[in-house]
Design a binder for this molecule. Sequence first.
Ligand SMILES: NC(=O)c1ccc[n+]([C@@H]2O[C@H](COP(=O)([O-])OP(=O)(O)OC[C@H]3O[C@@H](n4cnc5c(N)ncnc54)[C@H](O)[C@@H]3O)[C@@H](O)[C@H]2O)c1
Length: 256
Amino acid sequence: MEQPEPAHEHQGRVAVITGGGRGFGEAFGRSLAARGAHVVLADIDPAAGERVASEIRAAGGEATSYDCDVSDEHQVAAMFDDVVERLGGVDILINNAGLHSQAFNEPMANSGIDKLRSLFDVNLMGTIICTLAAAPVMKGRPGASIVNISSAAADGCQTAYGISKLAVRGVTVTSARELGGDGIRVNAIAPGLIFTDTIRAELPEAVVDMVKATQVIGRDGEEQDVVEAMLFLVSDRAKFVTAETLRVGGGLSIHV
Ligand SMILES: NC(=O)c1ccc[n+]([C@@H]2O[C@H](COP(=O)([O-])OP(=O)(O)OC[C@H]3O[C@@H](n4cnc5c(N)ncnc54)[C@H](O)[C@@H]3O)[C@@H](O)[C@H]2O)c1
C-alpha cells in the first residue's frame, strides 16, 4: 500500500483533541499539525490551549484553541458547531482530557462523592459527550477515526481512576459498534507510566520505582511512545482496526 508523505498525511483534515493544552494532548496536537491537519485544541485551561495553538501557527501549522470543559455538553456542542461552521467538519477526535492526579488514586471512601462524581464526569462522561457531539459531523468522512485515552490502571482497577478508565475501554467498544456503520472507527490507547509534566510533578518516586520494576522494558515511557500509537490508529494503516485498546506500557500489564 502506498503511503502519503508524513508531512501531508492529514492535509486538509480536522482533528479535535481534548485536553490539548499540555501533556499527551499537546504532543498529539503538534504531531497531527506537523502532518497537515488543522488541530482544534479543547481545554478547560484556555491559556494552555492557546499557547500550544499559537506555537503551532508560528511554526507554519494550523491550529485553533477552545475554552471547553468536556463534561459540559453545552460547551462541547457550541465548540463543535463553531468548528463545523469554520472548518466544515471533523475527521479525527482524540478524547484525551482526563483527571488523573494522585488525588484520584486514594481509597474511594476517602475521596468523597463530589470528587468521585467529578472524576467520572470528566473521564467517562466527557468521552461520551464529545463522541456523541462529534459523530454526526464525522459521519461518512473518509478515514474518520476516534481515539480514546484509557490507562493501564484499568487492568487492575485498584482505584476509582482505574474504574473510570475501564469504562473508557467499554465506551470504545460500544462506540465502535454504534458508529461503524457511519464509517467511523473507534479505538483506545491504554498508556502505562508515561513521563508527562503532571506525572513528573506528582507521582512519588517510590511509586515510579515500583511501577517501573514491573515493566518488561525498563526505560521511562515517553510521550512520543503514545503519539506513535495514536498516529497508527488514526491512519489508513489501521483501517481494519476498530473497538481495540492498544496498551503502550513497556509490558506493564502482563502481570495483571
Ligand atoms: N501520563 C500518564 O502516565 C498517563 C497514563 C495513562 C493514562 N493517561 C491519561 O492520558 C490523558 C492525558 O494525560 P496527561 O498526563 O497528558 O494529563 P495532564 O494532566 O498533563 O493534561 C491534561 C489536560 O487536560 C485538561 N483538562 C482537564 N480536565 C478537562 C476538562 N474537563 N475539559 C477539558 N480539558 C480538561 C487539562 O487542563 C490539561 O491541559 C488523561 O486522560 C490521563 O488519564 C496518562
